[in-house]
Write a protein that binds this ligand. Structure first.
Ligand SMILES: [Fe+2]
Ligand SMILES: [Fe+2]
Length: 306
């Protein structure tokens, strides 16, 4: 798919989620929380692929996009902090709706600028094939992009490619671990091949040299990303296995303790019941004898008065 179309589709998806949030009742806390979770994931992935693929390519190949790409990075940075604050926020909190409203205002402003000032420059400069290649690289980057906000993570290359691949694996644990790191690396490698190809008449000689330098940096970074991501995946998998084992053992222990507690409670209850019944019988006997005594005293008093 054409890169601009792919990014605009993402923008549309986010706008639809914003509309759903605005239409949900103010007290529809569960629904609003679910919508915000989707917003967090969509924007996190979208921002990551723009930072890892689209912005660097634009800066290297499209004249006049340097400043807007840098401004876009700063806007992403602010958005990620807002998203991070929303990750664990109670939807009933008095600041929740206000925070989402500010997030939506910021995102709408950012999208407007990208679609009005940034994307047309890229579309004008790159040909259809290049835009399709770029779209393919963005789609590949999506497979390994972080699904949660990481505002402290590097947002410019090549460090962001390394960090993004590793963080993407960690964010997705429990979802789809296999092939994630490799997907990210091949997405970047496809892009590098395209960027450094000799059939790029539109790239200026300066741009090509800068791109080749960046390509070398990214190549070494991506092999580090592969190793790092594989190691992280291994560590996370071992950690998950150990946790599952501990949880199983814990559950067994809980069942045994619960059984013991139940038996102890039953025994105590039986004892208490026996004691209660003895006490009740004694009390009843005492009441009966007291009544008998009172009755005979009353009878004696009655016969004396006659
Ligand atoms: Fe953006
Ligand atoms: Fe965007």
């Amino acid at each position: 798919m054409d890169a601009i179309t792919l990014l605009k589709n993402d923008h549309h998806t986010v706008e639809q989620l914003f509309k759903r949030f605005e239409q949900a009742g103010k007290r529809a806390h569960v629904e609003r929380r679910q919508i915000v979770d989707r917003i967090i994931e969509e924007i996190s992935v979208h921002a990551a692929i723009e930072e890892q693929v689209f912005y660097p390519v634009a800066r290297a190949t499209v004249p006049g996009t340097e400043d807007i790409a840098l401004e876009s990075l700063e806007e992403h940075h602010i958005l990620k902090w807002l998203l991070l604050e929303l990750v664990d926020m109670d939807p009933a909190h008095e600041r929740f709706n206000a925070k989402v409203t500010v997030l939506m205002e910021n995102v709408r402003h950012h999208i407007k600028e990208e679609e009005r000032d940034f994307f047309p420059k890229v579309r004008e400069q790159l040909g259809r094939n290049e835009l399709n290649d770029l779209g393919g690289a963005l789609a590949n980057a999506k497979k390994s992009a972080p699904t949660r906000p990481h505002p402290r993570m590097p947002d410019a290359g090549p460090a962001n490619v390394v960090a993004g691949a590793i963080t993407g694996v960690v964010d997705r644990v429990g979802n789809n671990l296999s092939g994630i790191a490799q997907g990210s690396v091949s997405a970047v490698q496809d892009l590098i091949a395209r960027l450094t190809g000799s059939d790029r008449p539109k790239v200026s000689p300066t741009g090509s040299a800068a791109t080749r330098k960046r390509a070398t940096e990214v190549r070494s970074a991506t092999s580090a990303a592969t190793e790092g991501a594989q190691e992280t995946a291994h560590t996370v998998t071992s950690g998950a296995k150990a946790t599952a084992k501990a949880a199983k053992a814990g559950a067994k222990g809980t069942v045994t303790t619960a059984k013991k507690a139940t038996t102890a409670t039953a025994t105590t209850a039986k004892r208490a019941a026996r004691t209660t019944s003895r006490t009740a019988r004694a009390a009843a006997n005492k009441t009966v004898s007291t009544a008998k005594r009172t009755a005979s005293r009353t009878a004696a008093a009655a016969s004396g008065s006659r």
